[in-house]
Design a protein around this ligand. Structure first.
Ligand code: LLP
Length: 446
């Protein structure tokens, strides 16, 4: 019996490429760190986002070892859009990372978590006047200029508020990379970034150099998300360095910073294995060093902005299975008590996931099923082809790698309430986000 359980558990681990330090199977039940997924579902209800604190810390430490410590003077900012609550802001700060925010709301939550404003970068292709003022007043470290007239808006606001603001220009390097068109941002026709055409970028650079309220710190690019190859980074880096050099030659000013964005891929399904940060940053740093040495140029402070890779694999979603519908000669539809309201990624990007029935984690997966939600959309699917143990009503389904862009993209469609978020730390768990209640609707809806 023991041998059978061992074989079955090993099958789970061999098939499942998620963080083996975080997940385990004990007596046929899935554990997240030292807590049973079933007890979490019982205590906090479902759907439930669960994060492993250790996994987030492990990723932050890997960034520190592979990048920050290995290449002194570099900077790493966690991209808050992947997942942010005040407690997460505090955790990220404690791990020595900086933060990238993209809206007044993200800035507000980060500050509420005590994140030092000076370590925050403010992004966005359409920042409002109010957001720019909020960022200036808060004293954010950098504002990343993206709109073509943003420098004028910023200068006017900074002057009025008596502030001097460091900025980066987000450029469009015209390199196409990304797992899906909707998460590909470095191509010429993108709403993000400033085209590198001389007649567009140089006047903006000139303006920033002349301004008394703006300090030009450098350039920024972000290519896209869920990337597994370093080649696109190196191609874009070459173009960015050429621009740094051109600015030096033209204006006699060497921009001191260069940010290469985020986008490092994580494991969702087979064929997608998270690579160590060193895989990306080593060649990037080598190229920067070589380029600068051969052009007799001071090397810039290089920054990265990982989001998904920090929190993606740390998070899972627990659902309660309801209806199981086997269509004769068709598919099996396993409906869970959430859906596109808590995970829009399949509908939006054809994203796929792996899942396990938490109370049958020792059973060999034998059923192919569509895991769908309970919302009023045919496209309300989470997994189009899951391989799971025999599903039954009241089972708890755990969907892996939902730590990034699930809670942060959750909606109230069909008046679904947003799930609670729980952080597991060893054998303890705490609520980071309370489950929404129906009555919460009435606090804003008249
Ligand atoms: N920096 C900038 C300027 C970004 O726009 C992003 C992501 C990041 C950093 C972080 O990228 P990451 O390391 O997380 O790939 N909702 C989509 C992903 C959108 C990414 C938007 N920008 C998804 O669920 O796949």
């Amino acid at each position: 019996m023991q041998l059978l359980c061992y074989t079955v558990c090993m099958a789970f681990f061999t098939d499942n490429k998620n963080d083996k330090n975080i997940f385990s199977v004990r007596d046929g039940v899935l554990y997240i760190e030292g807590v049973s997924a079933l007890s979490l579902a019982e205590e906090y209800g479902t759907p439930l986002y669960v994060y492993s604190k250790r996994s987030i810390k492990d990723r932050c430490r890997e960034i520190k070892e592979d990048f920050l410590d290995r290449y002194p003077g570099t900077e790493a900012s966690y991209a808050a859009k992947a997942f942010l609550t005040p407690a997460i802001a505090e955790l990220i700060d404690g791990e020595g990372l900086m933060l990238d925010v993209v809206s007044g709301g993200e800035l507000f939550v980060a500050l509420a978590g005590g994140f030092p404003a000076s370590k925050i970068k403010f992004h966005g292709n359409n920042k409002t006047r109010e957001e720019l003022e909020y960022a200036l007043r808060s004293g954010v470290g950098r504002i990343v200029i993206d709109a073509l007239d943003e420098i004028d808006l910023l200068e006017e606001a900074a002057k009025r508020l008596g502030k001097v603001q460091k900025v980066l220009f987000r450029i469009t390097p015209e390199v196409k990379a990304g797992a899906h068109d909707h998460i590909t941002t470095g191509q010429r026709n993108s709403k993000f970034g400033i085209p590198m055409d001389g007649h567009i970028i140089f006047p903006l650079i000139e303006k920033s150099l002349k301004s008394e309220n703006i300090i030009l710190s450098g350039l920024h690019f972000h290519l896209g998300s869920q990337l597994f190859e370093d080649a696109p980074f190196l191609e874009a880096l070459g173009k960015a360095l050429d621009l740094v050099l051109a600015v030096r030659d033209r204006y006699g000013y060497t921009m001191p910073e260069l940010n290469v964005g985020g986008g490092y891929g994580v494991h969702y399904v087979d064929g997608e294995e998270r690579k160590p940060y060193s895989y990306f940053v080593d060649p990037i740093m080598k190229k920067v060093d070589e380029y600068c040495a051969s052009n007799d140029m001071a090397a810039p402070v290089v920054g990265i902005e990982p989001g998904r890779s920090v929190v993606g694999e740390a998070g899972v979603t627990l659902y309660r299975i309801g209806s199981v519908k086997k269509i004769p000669e068709g598919k099996t539809f396993v409906s869970v008590d959430g859906g596109i309201s808590d995970n829009i990624r399949h509908a939006l990007y054809d994203a796929e996931y792996e899942a396990v029935i938490a109370n049958k984690a020792g059973d060999l997966p034998s059923v192919r099923a569509v895991v769908c939600g309970k919302l009023c959309e045919e496209g309300d699917r989470i997994i189009s082809d899951a391989l799971i143990a025999e599903p039954e009503r009241a089972d708890v389904l755990c969907v892996f790698t939902t730590g990034a862009y699930c809670y942060s993209m959750a909606s109230n469609y069909n008046k679904m309430t947003k799930p609670a978020v729980v952080l597991v730390d060893g054998e303890a768990s705490e609520v980071l986000v309370k489950r929404q209640e129906y009555k919460d609707y009435l606090s804003t809806e008249r």
